[in-house]
Design a protein around this ligand. Structure first.
Ligand SMILES: [Zn+2]
Length: 59
């Protein structure tokens, strides 16, 4: 029961999509829409940032 479905988002096209996520496993991910590998696990902060329409990068 290690794997969980999490929401990821693409930094390039802002596409959001569910994927299974195992915290113990580092997996190279790519966006199913644009093919970019700039894909991040969506955090509450990221969701809020996307919802506000900002281009800001908290890092
Ligand atoms: Zn994308």
């Amino acid at each position: 029961m290690a794997k969980q479905i999490k929401t990821f988002y693409c930094l390039r096209c802002q596409h959001r999509f569910p994927m299974d996520h195992d915290p113990k496993e580092v997996v190279e991910r790519s966006c199913p829409r644009c093919g970019s590998n700039s894909v991040r696990l969506e955090t509450p902060q990221a969701a809020a940032s996307l919802a506000s329409g900002g281009q800001s990068n908290p890092e």
